[in-house]
Design a binder for this molecule. Structure first.
Ligand SMILES: [Zn+2]
Length: 115
């Protein structure tokens, strides 16, 4: 299972899990899931994936999940302990200079284009 989440959401949840402060403005499904986990005694309810292992229950995650989490920023559910999982690499990553990834696609009409 996967929850759509932005970096800000994930960071807010991690902060929430650490400090147990009042909930910041988080998407409702995330917050509900988080509270459900806390109520179920799964604290911390949100944990990073560490080398393919859920750092909540220390069980190896399915390769598919690990792979997905490594490139698509979202929150995933550990199939074993149901905690929310995130890839720390995607959340803590330093913002890259925009030039690195922006494809240079100019609106120049190419010769191959049919009119
Ligand atoms: Zn787990």
């Amino acid at each position: 299972m996967k929850f759509e989440a932005t970096k800000t959401d994930i960071r807010a949840l991690v902060g929430l899990a650490r400090k147990n402060t009042t909930a910041p403005s988080l998407p409702r499904p995330l917050l509900e899931r988080y509270r459900w986990l806390v109520a179920a005694g799964r604290s911390p309810a949100i944990v990073p994936i560490e080398r393919g292992i859920c750092s909540g229950c220390h069980v190896r995650l399915p390769t598919m999940l690990e792979h997905q989490a490594s490139y698509a920023l979202a929150l995933y559910t550990c199939p074993h302990c149901r905690r929310l999982l995130y890839a720390p690499g995607l959340v803590d990553e330093e913002p890259r200079p925009p030039a690195a990834k922006a494809p240079r696609r100019e609106a120049t009409p190419s010769a191959g284009k049919r009119a």
